[in-house]
Design a protein around this ligand. Sequence first.
Ligand SMILES: [Zn+2]
Length: 488
Amino acid sequence: MGPEEYLHDAEGFTRSLSAEQYVARSGLKATLDLAPIYERYPHLFEGDRFAEASRWDIDPRQLHHLLDFIAHGYAEDQSRDSAERAAAMETSLTVDWDEAPVPYRQVPALIAGEANAVRRHALEAKYLTAMTTLNSPLEAGEKRKQRAGRQFGHADYVAMYDELRGFDLAGLTATMKKFIADTHDLYFSTLDTYLHEMHILREDARRCDLSRIFRAPHHDVSFPSDQMLPRLHSALRDLGILLGDQPNIHVDAEPRPLKSPRAFCAIIGVPDEIRLVVKPSGGEQDYESLFHEAGHAEHYGSVGRTEPFAYRYLGDPSVTESYAFLFEYLLHDANWLRRNLAMDATNFFHLVGFQRLYMLRRYGSKLIYEQELHRSNEPGDVATYYDDLMSQNLGATYGPESFLTDVDDGFYCAAYLRAWIFEAQHRRFLLKEFDQEWFRNPKAGRFLVELWREGQKYSVEELARFMGFEQLDIGVVTQDIRRLLGAE
Ligand SMILES: [Zn+2]
């Protein structure tokens, strides 16, 4: 099969997969049926497709994106059975709480909402016990992924993604180890302040206590559910982007019982069919999710329709994540909040600064751990290592139970880290080119739309260089965090 036919089918497959995810997650359908789609396109990830595609006479940059698509699709297809088994178990799993069964997927929100520490710890213990039943299919899936990672001439799963996604895992790991060491004192002194308010000693702190800190219900009043969509529309309008007039970006805000409580963006066709799906419940984290997903929607919705498949759908996912964070962090911007939500609370900025520091340390730790996991012949051997590393770096006991559920396929954790770093640099660029209210300047909006037009043709390193930076620089993120925490 030639490249043209392949690209046509690859786009058809990608569209079908996203359309299925949309109907399932938006509550239009009770089940997620991916198998029939894979079965309709067996040739995309089969046998020697990778080797054959390596010889295609197409632009090398596109080819690189395409080889990642083939190898990732192959690994996903190989481990699909286990993933589907784990997902089915997760759907039917319940946790008994206050003498009633609670669906497993609703437990994290219940944990974060539980104000009483003793009850919160008890509920987390039940949740983690239930989670261990998923580990058997997930472990089988992990072994299959590791085998898939050695299929195309790479040393292992880690080397395969490092090479195909250009993540520079060794460099990023060194950066994150240094970041974790450099921010140790700042992180732990901030953590202790919050734990002290909750009357919890650090040695007794568990991951659920961090969920409670970040849930912060006292800020809910500033983030009402009925204002979420109007605020998003007006944020985009300030940039000259009229969401209501974009026929290719459909906002699905219909209330449905089975709809995902968390906002998401379904990229069915790039750029012609994007769904921004939301079930507004209010609160800061709900606003963050909506603004984040709107960043993805605007990015994919602005990609030039004549760009090739490889740039419209594939490429470095750090790029789209950075655009999503750019919008999410409007909600952490003092100037934006003052204008849009009449909000200016020092303790709010302190909290979001702590949350950002936590996320960077958490994903840095995951990056270190996930390399160990994917290089371990017996995945169960690294469960204790996971618990030790996460608990040590985050100052709260994680427990070994989530060593397989807390994993991002294909080192997506690296994409998030790269996106956080580039987002901070991109925002510096916008501040310099425009001013501190760049988010109210239609010229900044036009600049973004131009940038989005290219999809994910360029990596975040290349984009940082276009904006005058020598390289990705985590120091800019550290500055942002210190400013939010008032630790300058
Ligand atoms: Zn995202």
